[in-house]
Design a protein around this ligand. Structure first.
Ligand code: BEZ
Ligand code: FE
Length: 287
């Protein structure tokens, strides 16, 4: 393996990895080498361009911390996260479509009784969210854990607000004996993904905006079923067709219906206008 040139180097590198004992790892490395070399042949980068690519990835790593994962943002904004999601969620009829988890999920959010208000006093239009959880076949699931989180009226998640000591716009519920859940919160807003790092620079250089349409995140877990990670998006949002992370699916868009003052379905007396979102979820049986 000497005197390698642009025509022979790919095979030489593949051969060098040929004794990798784990067959899956061997296959992954071989594919990576082939695609990387093809990419370089396609682009024919100058040394300066290759150096700036290395610096971009270096800055991406340096931007990562316990609360910021710039590599996931890069994967999201390149559409890779949604491609991995699609490959891993070829769903049966009746199962709700999936979308990205995003960086604002918090493990162990407070468990609250059905009907609780998760807004914790944040200003905004009151929103009643209700729905059901069933197996893809239609059988309702009692005791399913419904984790929800969303942005406030200005597009911020609680974890982004300096000084906020308690959870807001997030909570965990359990479905009742009929597989139903409901809770109160406030209408979320569209918001930009964190764009003060190298991913934001990439978006700016490509004349792409960083916005995600308004949505409520759901993570729903029930024994014997795959955990569902998804959002419900607000119909009419200006960014539905250009989500920065390619996460929108038509089946996940719903009207967050504006309602006049009056009595809400759970008996709450509303003195102001409010909104109502209803969504019935289907979970894929495990295995
Ligand atoms: C989110 O919806 O919370 C999100 C998803 C991907 C990247 C950034 C934010
Ligand atoms: Fe989000």
């Amino acid at each position: 393996m000497t005197d390698l040139n642009e025509h022979t180097i790919t095979e030489a590198v593949l051969e060098r990895f040929g004794d990798t004992p784990d067959p899956r790892l061997r296959m992954i490395i071989a594919s990576l080498v082939r695609h990387l070399h093809d990419f370089v042949r396609d682009v024919e980068p100058s040394f300066a361009e290759w150096q700036s690519a290395v610096e971009f990835l270096t800055r991406t790593g340096q931007m990562c911390s316990d609360t910021r994962q710039e590599f996931i943002l890069l994967s999201d904004t390149l559409g890779a996260s949604m491609l991995v999601d699609a490959i891993n969620h070829r769903l049966p009829a009746g199962a709700t479509e999936t979308t990205v988890l995003g960086p604002f999920y918090v493990r162990d959010a407070p468990e609250l009784p059905l009907g609780a208000d998760v807004s914790q006093g944040s200003p905004g239009e009151p929103l009643l969210v209700e729905g059901t959880v069933a197996s893809a076949g239609g059988e309702r699931l009692a005791g399913a854990v419904v984790d929800i989180w969303h942005s406030d009226k200005d597009g911020f998640y609680d974890v982004q607000l300096p000084g906020l000591q308690h959870a807001a716009g997030r909570g965990r519920f359990r479905t009742d004996a009929q597989g139903r859940f409901h809770f109160w919160t406030i209408q979320p807003a569209y918001y930009p993904i964190p764009d003060d790092g190298p991913v934001g620079d990439m978006l700016k250089a490509s004349k792409r905006h960083p916005y995600r349409p308004a949505h409520v995140h759901f993570m729903i877990a029930a024994p014997g079923h795959e955990t569902l990670v998804t959002h419900v998006f607000a119909a009419g949002d200006p960014y539905l067709d250009s989500d920065a992370v390619f996460g929108v699916k038509r089946s996940l868009v719903r009207e967050f219906t504006r309602k006049a003052p009056g009595t809400a379905p759970d008996g709450r007396r509303m003195d102001t206008a409010w909104r109502h979102l209803a969504y019935d979820f289907g979970l894929k049986p495990a295995g």
